[in-house]
Structure formats: structure tokens, C-alpha cells
Design a protein. Structure first.
Length: 279
């Protein structure tokens, strides 16, 4: 049995923090599903980065975007990803490993704030972001050319570790190829005191994308995106262990990191509230 398949009892447990850094409030439900048969209404989208914190290492998942992209795309930047990490006493300059789930603008900006990090990405994602598909405006719309150029520079600086499919990043932390939303999208699996948690990133933007099998309408391969929901279920201990990438409900379902950070930072390694018990 491979290391990735090992039982969590022999591996370290980690804390996981979901840190909201931006919002897009001017959205309706019809913007968020390919097949939509519900009554349309407001359905905001939150932007997160994630921190995986253990006794020996801290790994950041995704690096978000900054003010330039917020202004260009009409997003409300609440604070930079670096400032969000500062709120839980993590200095981005100390981070040695960052997992980039994919290279869209809201997941791979601000890498300059992580000057000592090695970035972990799927080989196919770099191929996608720099290859022939970017000739098409609809395919490149969610990418920032400046972020992609900066990432190429990181390759030339020997600061990018490429993965081809499933890979262990550290004991109890692994990445798993999903695809679908982009050519090289990966999710992140983390061992915690409550079991194996999967950070879905954009394999499921909202809980309802997966629950209703209706993907978010930015997609490279629709069939692969639908199959990706089963990939998430395979690697998580249960559906309660799958955390979508952009759903505001995450901050309602999970306990805050502290009372002061309620509504901004959630602890994903703790069990989600039973809905009737939510404060």
C-alpha cells in the first residue's frame, strides 16, 4: 500500500484554516451552474486561501490575488492573502512549500509574497496555461498573463516542483489530479484529528455544484469535471470532509479560528456544525 493510502493513525494530524480574503457579491445562482433549474437569486462567491498547520511544518494552499486583479475584475479585496495569513500568525516569508491547485488568477497571484517557497503544481497545468489553448479568449479569461509569466520565472528560478498525478507533499498531505475545471487542477488531501479532509478548490466551487452534479460554468473538460466529484469522494473520509473552494457556507458550517475571526477564518480540521447547532 502506498504512502498516500496509509491510514491516518500512523501520520501526523494537521490543523486546516480557510482564510477568506475577497468576495464577489454581484452574482446570482444562474452564474454558478452549467445546468440551472432553481429560482434565480443572489449567490455571492467567496475567495479563500488555505493554511495547513502542523507541529513541524506549515503549508499554504494557493496564493489568491491582489488589488490589481480585484480592480480589473470588479472583486472586493477584503485584505491581501498575506494579511489574511498574518491574522493567524503565519508570515508568508517563512513558508517553504505552497501548493497551487491551478493557475487561475484567484489562486496563483501574489506569489511574490512567498519569496522562500517552492510551488507545487501539476505538470499539465503549466502546459495548459502556457500552451495552445491560451490562444482562445474564453479559455484564458480566468488567467492573468502577468501571474503566468511570474510563474514561468519561478520555474527558471528552480522554485517549482511538478507533479504528474497523485503525490505526497509531506506525511499526511498529498495532492491528487482532478482536471475538469482546468487541464491540471489538483485537490489537496490532509490528515486531521477528524480524519481525511479534502480541499476541493475549484473541483467544486460550491457544495451544490457537487451535490447537484451541475458544474461551475468555467470548464476545460465537462465530463472530467463531473467525474471529479467522485475523485473528491474517493479521497475524503465522507462528504462532510470535502470543502468546496468558494462557498460562503464554509464560514457558517465550520467553527471560527477565534471569536475575533468569526466570518473570516474557519477551522476545517474541526467537525462542521450540525445545522441545528450552528450559532
Amino acid at each position: 500500500m502506498s504512502t498516500i493510502e496509509e491510514q491516518g493513525a500512523s501520520l501526523p494530524n494537521y490543523e486546516i484554516y480557510a482564510l477568506r480574503y475577497a468576495v464577489h457579491k454581484q452574482r446570482t445562482a444562474s452564474h454558478n451552474f452549467i445546468a440551472y433549474d432553481m429560482h434565480d437569486g443572489p449567490m455571492p462567491l467567496d475567495f479563500f486561501v488555505w493554511a495547513i498547520v502542523g507541529t513541524e511544518r506549515t503549508i499554504v494552499v494557493d496564493t489568491g490575488f491582489g488589488q490589481r486583479e480585484a480592480d480589473e475584475r470588479g472583486r472586493q479585496l477584503l485584505r491581501t492573502p498575506r494579511a489574511a495569513l498574518d491574522s493567524i500568525n503565519i508570515d508568508s516569508h517563512w513558508i517553504e512549500d505552497v501548493i497551487i491547485t491551478h493557475l487561475h488568477y484567484d489562486h496563483a497571484g501574489t506569489t511574490e509574497d512567498f519569496p522562500n517557497a517552492t510551488f507545487h503544481i501539476q505538470d499539465l497545468e503549466m502546459q495548459f496555461a502556457t500552451g495552445r489553448h491560451m490562444r482562445h479568449g474564453v479559455m484564458r479569461a480566468a488567467f492573468s498573463v502577468e501571474d503566468v509569466i511570474r510563474f514561468v520565472r519561478h520555474v527558471y528560478e528552480d522554485r517549482v516542483e511538478f507533479h504528474d498525478g497523485d503525490a505526497e507533499i509531506a506525511p499526511g498531505i498529498s495532492v491528487h489530479f482532478v482536471g475538469g475545471h482546468t487541464m491540471g487542477l489538483q485537490c489537496v488531501r490532509v490528515n486531521t484529528a477528524r480524519g481525511w479532509v479534502v480541499l476541493a478548490s475549484d473541483a467544486s466551487h460550491y457544495y451544490d455544484n457537487m451535490n447537484k452534479a451541475s458544474p461551475f460554468p468555467i470548464v476545460y473538460d465537462l465530463g472530467q469535471m463531473l467525474e471529479g466529484y467522485d475523485v473528491l469522494r474517493h479521497w475524503a473520509d465522507s462528504e462532510d470532509h470535502i470543502v468546496p473552494g468558494h462557498d460562503p457556507l464554509v464560514l457558517q458550517y465550520y467553527p471560527p479560528a477565534s471569536p475575533e475571526l468569526a466570518g473570516e477564518v474557519a477551522r476545517l480540521d474541526l467537525p462542521p456544525y450540525i445545522r441545528s447547532e450552528k450559532p
